[in-house]
Design a protein around this ligand. Sequence first.
Ligand SMILES: Cc1ncc(COP(=O)(O)O)c(C=O)c1O
Length: 419
Amino acid sequence: MLENIEKIRSDFPILKRKVYNHPLVYFDNAATSQKPKQVIKAITNYYENHNANVHRGVHKLTEEATELYEGARKKIADFVNGGDKRQIIFVRNATEAINLIAYSWGRENIKKNDEILLSEMEHHSNLIPWQHLAKETGAKLKFIPIDEKGELKIKNHELKQYVSAKTKLIAVTHVSNVLGTINPVKDIIEQAKAINPKVKVLIDGAQAVPHIPVSVQNLGCDFYAFTGHKMLGPSGIGVLWVKKDLQESMIPFQRGGDMILRVTFESATWNYIPWKFEAGTPNIEGAIGLGAAVEYLSSIGMKNVREHEKELTGYALKKLEEIEYLKIYGQNNIEKRVGVIAFNIVKNGKIAIHPHDLVSILDGEGIEVRSGRLCAEPLLSIFKAEAAARVSFHIYNTKAEIDRLIPAIGKAKKIFKVA
Ligand SMILES: Cc1ncc(COP(=O)(O)O)c(C=O)c1O
């Protein structure tokens, strides 16, 4: 456990509140994380002292706002070892980052009969844009299967079966939002590029960057997408990192103010990278807030964040496994997974308590847990589950909170007479 866990918890104002008279236990971090006061203050400070539009005009406030906005870009680039800060494009969220690639790179480069390789464990955000592009272009979607442990089948050079000269893009998640699996993406990229040096690889880092140290340059990917609100930052801000040699050739995603250099009545020229991809007034306070969030995470250290969450995950898996009829989706090797645990109460092969009913009872105990299709309906169908409950941790969670979860699940079992 983090030594200064109480100090960390005191940084998150929301953790002081009660839910139905119980102290809040927030276990829905894979959906969105809570925000420390440092992030909230950075946003308030911007509005109270520096609010102006960015990249426009020459007055003092616009200069200050631009400095804060562009300063955040640098902090975020450093946080993921992204190199030149111009490789960081601000978007609304991971979903928009992936759509940007589908539009600005995919539409220009993917043609009929080309192949796009995904995995069976993708979030809908890294599936639907490619389904659409495949329909538009006549390209084919292929999927790397998963094994019973929830790992991708790529050992022993199995990737060879899925990658060929036809493969134009591989888009896979770094960490699964259902199984918690940490995919060996560096290995996937190396294997894929050895088979087809022209293939481009997009990594969906929405569940990775908030929980494990990530160095995008070290991975060797072409595109890396992540989202601010899951990593202690505000919502409405996300990041797309793009390899340098690809940026110039990509077409703008949206068109309008700020993404142009010169404009006549008939035509326009595009702004420099990365502003070419940031049309209109951006989410200035969002970027500043995300800058403060990465500063906060860095002050704890991502290795420590990972260690803390590993310990919580190991503890939770052990306690959950002791509950009769509780089925966990994914494996229990904490080296290969993060603190995202999806489960169901399954008796005689059937879900005995609908996850919505289960988490309503947990909610009544002040424990906030996600339920539903977890934005990964095809993946859940592999496990023959229409829906699941999911607990997910972040740095402010504790073993004592897990100790409250276990009897609350027991209470649900009692109410639904699962014995
Ligand atoms: C793996 C993964 N990818 C993408 C997303 C989409 O993130 P956002 O909704 O912020 O765009 C999520 C969100 O749950 C996710 O878990």
